[in-house]
Design a protein around this ligand. Structure first.
Ligand code: UGA
Length: 436
């Protein structure tokens, strides 16, 4: 059992804290947002994430997990302190590291005995060096410490499962001293633990996210070629994916990647590479293809409807991916904003993200279910591949629509089936069925 503090109860911090507690560690989660801490202390969960609520409740009840707004309390009770604060993008694509720096200062000014300070936030390579310098400078009591890097690889929507069953754990250190303790934290998770220097560990995180974004943009580029040539992107992805050197994962063509990680991390990686003297033009193209994918989809909507003005369009799915209520950089946002600008009326449905969406997109009609959204619509647009959309009663859906036009931005429906049911159906990178 290791005594752990986690500073920052955002996605990564909260899920990590709950999972560390679940395997038997004593965890205190620290956040400077008092309202959030109060909510968590009262059994509330600020985000939607499958399985998280039960996990938090159980571990709080069993005394392994607690919440505080006092960094002093967290540091005093712990041997290892994880920094899991936001590292948002700045206008030039670089990373705003001010939260990491502030927390490093706060930790160092209150620690009175040897601590291991671990950066879990996604940061550009060489941040660890800066964190160590900062802690040394503000170390009021002159105590010994080690800094480590331990990137997180969880995905929103399956964060608990990802954290409980990691493919690997990466730990970056600048001396062997903290390794035994860090390994003890991760031993219960039964995954390979890779120990590297701090810079390599930081790079692994950016390299992984950028590579996954690259896979998505690659298949989206192939989708464009499929549309132009009459090939089918699902067949191409299947044929590629069976090659074990490539793999099928992250080859789902669609309206591109969104969320709080890929867009930000691709930009940040380009930026830090640039600072280090390398022009990462490959990643610039990855980001460009991703932006272009939404434009291509919007063009498809316009080509299909001819005039968008005053037409009612149903949108199914708003979150940037299924099983989350997260709207950050969701491709749906750009699509909806553009359609609204062109005078369309939008009727939207999302199983979890409508509250968050309302705050950003007040001018939509939010509906209670997919059929209500589709009622009276001249086209239905799919922006998020929620599992429940795959099993919709398609005949019922068609019967409530004014025109049976479906533009499937996530390729969730079977094109032949849709055509057989009388829909005019378009996917991404799929041959338009009615033209066959
Ligand atoms: C991503 C990584 O997958 C995690 O490993 C990482 O820990 C996390 O970022 C992070 O850095 O915190 P996440 O952003 O939660 O996780 O979601 P993903 O499942 O990776 O999906 C990202 C976006 O790519 C979504 O918009 C999704 O719709 C899109 N996507 C994904 C595709 O368009 N096609 C695919 O084949 C896969």
């Amino acid at each position: 059992m290791v005594n752990i503090a986690i500073v920052g109860t955002g996605y990564v911090g909260l899920v990590t804290g709950a999972c560390f507690a679940e395997v038997g560690h004593r965890v205190v989660c620290v956040d400077n947002n008092r309202d959030k801490v109060k909510l968590l202390q009262g059994g509330g969960i600020p985000i939607y994430e499958p399985g998280l609520e039960d996990l938090v409740k159980r571990n709080v009840a069993e005394g392994r997990l607690q919440f505080t707004d006092s960094i002093q309390e967290g540091v005093d009770q712990s041997d290892v302190i994880f920094i899991a604060v936001p590292t948002p993008p700045q206008a030039d694509g670089s990373t705003d590291l001010s939260f990491v720096e502030k927390v490093a200062r706060e930790i160092s000014s209150v620690m009175t005995s040897y601590k291991i300070i671990v950066d879990k936030s996604t940061v550009p390579v060489r941040t660890g060096e800066k964190v160590a310098e900062t802690i040394k400078r503000y170390n009021e009591h002159g105590v010994d410490f080690d800094v480590a890097s331990n990137p997180e690889f969880l995905r929103e929507g399956c964060a608990v499962a990802d954290l409980m069953n990691p493919d690997r754990v990466v730990v970056g250190v600048s001396s062997p001293r903290p390794v035994t303790t860090l390994k003890a934290i991760y031993e219960p998770f039964d995954a390979p633990i890779i120990v590297t220097d701090i810079s390599s560990s930081e790079l692994i995180k950016h390299a992984c996210n950028s590579f996954l974004a690259l896979k998505i943009s690659y298949i989206n580029a192939i989708a464009a070629i499929c549309e132009a040539s009459g090939a089918d992107v699902d067949d191409v992805a299947h044929g590629m994916g069976l090659d074990q050197r490539i793999g099928r994962a992250f080859l789902d063509a669609g309206i591109g990647y969104g969320g709080s990680c890929f867009p930000k991390d691709v930009s940040a990686f380009i930026h830090i590479a640039d600072q280090l003297g390398y022009d990462f033009s490959l990643l610039k193209e990855v980001a460009r293809i991703n932006r272009h994918q939404v434009e291509r989809f919007l063009k498809r909507i316009h080509d299909t409807l001819w005039i968008v003005k005053d037409k009612t369009i149903a949108v199914l799915g708003l979150a940037f991916k299924p099983n989350t209520d997260d709207m950050r950089l969701a491709p749906s946002l750009e699509i909806i904003r553009s359609l609204l600008e062109d005078g369309a009326k939008i009727r939207a449905y999302d199983p979890k993200a409508m509250d968050n969406a309302r705050a950003i997109l007040p001018d939509l009609e939010y509906c209670s279910d997919p059929y209500a959204a589709a009622t009276g619509a001249e086209a239905l647009v799919v922006c998020t591949e929620w599992p429940e959309f795959r099993s919709l009663d398609l005949d019922r859906l068609r019967s409530v629509m004014t025109q049976p036009v479906v533009l499937d931005g996530r390729n969730i429906f079977n094109p032949q089936d849709m055509t057989a049911r009388g829909f005019i159906y378009y996917g991404v990178g799929r041959k338009p069925q009615h033209e066959r």
